[in-house]
Design a protein around this ligand. Structure first.
Ligand SMILES: *Cc1c(COP(=O)(O)O)cnc(C)c1O
Length: 370
């Protein structure tokens, strides 16, 4: 048995000496937060890197989601996916909005556009899809539906960084996109997040909302929250940008090694790259078919754990199965057959930029022994 644990992820950290230079400067300036110079520099650097017009930085992705819903004054019911991290739906709850769960599609495990229309009611005001595992949603189809019914679209883009469809940044679809820069994500600022928007008035509204609603020293226009990113986080973000391309390239290579290594193992399937998509390789989910593999997902998961390999069942249980949400009509068993099936099959294998070949072979070896 390998004696060093292999976790599902490990944060990417730039060289400490380089970060120290930023910290020294922040100490000397005594400017720690409130739209400081690193905050401004990171907003502009991210706009360039991601190919978006406006971005507003946040202290974390969850507060960015909560604020995005406030920014567009979303109310009533919002159509969303059960196959995500709980924060997606929690952001609705914090805004007193009723989540309406809709099943995912079989190829991407993203919200199935074919099933959205039948869930729309007079109370529906928006759609909140997630680009799960960093694979883009069917953004065209979702836009068509939103346009017909006059709905807003807010993408939870917390699994993505720099992904593109036919060369177009995915963040440019929808009214708003929300990002997370949490330590476990592909690009991190310790904790952090952002909202991407497409026009200046919206950018201003979001900036006000994350800073208590202040527009100037004496004017408060809205009951805003405090969700500002601080200077240390922003400095980390600037430094991380220097290394992000090589981090994504390393994840891509590890992904390809997993795919090659899993080929031919009966009962384990994985996801391929999508046509015309530039991926960011944020996760490596595998799906266990117990009849063909001879073991259930949970048996495999526990065996890996016993061998110090900590895969994660993203996403299990479904959000709709948690006590807070399971009473909703749309959460009832049998209504979302694809999500209900996938949640019982999935394990995300360890994937991060510094994952060693040796550790990867250990993981593959365990799956192959079974
Ligand atoms: C990580 C994540 C969030 C929350 O982001 P935080 O920065 O941790 O608050 C929301 N949605 C999804 C899909 C996520 O993966």
């Amino acid at each position: 048995m390998n004696n060093k644990p292999i976790f599902v992820t490990q944060p990417f950290l730039p060289p400490l000496e380089e970060f120290y230079e930023y910290i020294k400067d922040i100490w000397e300036s005594k400017w720690l937060t409130n739209n400081g110079k690193y905050h401004q520099a990171l907003e502009s650097a991210l706009c360039d890197y991601l190919g978006v017009k406006y971005i507003s930085l946040f202290s974390n992705g969850t507060l960015a989601l909560v604020t995005a819903l406030q920014a567009l004054r979303i109310t009533g019911e919002v159509i969303t996916t059960p196959y995500s991290f709980v924060a997606t739906t929690h952001s609705l709850w914090w805004n007193n909005i009723k989540p309406v769960f809709v099943d995912v599609d079989r190829s991407t495990f993203n919200l199935d556009p074919e099933k959205i229309e039948s869930a729309i009611t007079p109370q529906t005001t928006a759609i909140l899809p997630v680009h799960v595992y960093g694979n883009p949603c069917n953004v065209q189809k979702i836009k068509e539906i939103a346009d017909i019914y006059g709905l807003k679209v807010i993408y939870d883009a917390c699994h993505t960084f720099g992904i593109k469809i036919k060369g177009i940044p995915v963040l440019n679809f929808g009214d708003l996109s929300v990002m997370s820069f949490h330590a476990t994500k592909i690009y991190n600022t310790f904790e952090g997040g952002a909202i991407v928007c497409h026009d200046e008035p919206t950018k201003k509204r979001i900036d006000n909302l994350k800073n208590f609603g202040f527009v100037d020293e004496t004017t408060v226009v809205t009951p805003g929250i405090n969700a500002k990113m601080n200077e240390v986080q922003a400095a980390m973000g600037l430094l991380q940008l220097k290394y992000i391309n090589s981090a994504i390239e390393k994840r891509k290579q590890a992904t390809e090694r997993y795919r090659n290594g899993l080929n031919g193992i009966k009962g384990i399937t994985y996801m391929e790259d999508m046509a015309n998509v530039k991926h960011c390789y944020s996760f490596f989910p595998i799906f266990i078919d117990k009849d063909k593999y001879g073991k259930t997902r949970d048996e495999v998961y526990e065996e890996l754990r016993k061998n110090n390999i900590f895969g994660r069942r993203y996403f299990y249980p479904l959000i709709s199965q948690f006590p807070t949400y399971r009473g909703l009509e749309s959460a009832q068993k049998g209504l979302m057959p694809v999500a209900e099936e996938i949640t019982e099959k999935v394990i995300c294998l360890p994937l991060y930029a510094d994952l060693t070949l040796e550790d990867q072979l250990t993981v593959l070896g365990k799956l192959n022994h079974n």
